[in-house]
Write a protein that binds this ligand. Sequence first.
Ligand SMILES: [Fe+2]
Ligand SMILES: [Fe+2]
Length: 390
Amino acid sequence: MSLHTIEIDEKSVADEEALLSGVETREEGNTVVYTIGGKNFRLNKQQARERMAGKRVINGLRSAELNVLPLKYHEAYRIYKQMKANHWEPDVIDMTKDCTQWNSNQLSAKERWIIEMGVGYFSAAEGIVGDSVLHVIEDNLSAAELKHASLRHIAEESIHMDSLLHIIGSLNIEIDEVTAKFRDIPSIRRKNEFITRNMPELKMGIDLTQTVNKQKFAKALFGITQVMEGTQFYALFAMILSLHRQNKMTGIGQMFQYTLRDESNHIALGRYLIEQLVHENPDLWTPEFRSELVEFMREGVELEKAFVRDCLPEDTVGMSQAEFLDYVDYNADRRLAGLGLPTLSNVKTNPFVWLDEVIFLKKEKNFFETRVTEYQTSGSVKNSSEDDLI
Ligand SMILES: [Fe+2]
Ligand SMILES: [Fe+2]
């Protein structure tokens, strides 16, 4: 019997084989030997079984080792690998053309306003996500591979924050102006207050064996990854990428393109965590709680639509406010349906099909394959032996 046969993960055999390709396992008495890249790793079978049996999304065995083996939550590891494959660095994005456009009259007042709102909102919102994933999600997860994937999520939020600094620095935007936007524009303030409403309590360490607290944790997961990242980020991203499409502020557009691709993984990880949490804790998934989540999304959608109206008070070249409002509904429903929850709107088609094509760039067009050689020799790109660990 191999370690794989005692896993209770529901992944298909085909998926598992693909994930584990390059890994050989064999048993020697009470030991399971993993052979990876010419190296052997020996695991005590009984201890491995105990560790596997004790793995839970929350309230499981905790270990300071953060040892992902034996792997139970394969999908989390797959998403981690996907996140890593999309790695990018903001400060090598060329902002020369953006600076020229920003400092001349090549942008209309409405287009400048969209960029300013983008910088104002995201410079704080990325930090809210990073802080919440660290102190609310990762802190409360117990299985190592789930924590591991969340840590990558947090690191990517740092990259996103850094991208905003790169934009602010390159365009020489007054930093006080950015901070003021975050604090003083009601639609931004309301959005952020809404999403962080229950965070202080969850950061204190609550008793997650109680159903009511499990629900608070699940709602925070839903709020951060499905409402905020999955719905409230998308319309403004789409506006900036609409400008990019018109060859305006293309450095910012490129960064937002990479950011949006990252967000799709964060949404997928959040959805997976919620699914696994509910699978292990069916007591939390009551009809009342499901309605609470739908209502939470409804409020998030209303706040987001107010924000869209502030970002784009009227139509401009290549941008229709009505389409962006539809896009909010479309994304909200996608997130709800992804978790088997009832949808809220009648918008059934994506008003921005082109955007999906932009987000899901083919791998051969990814960041590092278009970078200069010096970047690839810096040692920061990838480590192939580490890449093939599992
Ligand atoms: Fe982000
Ligand atoms: Fe994110």
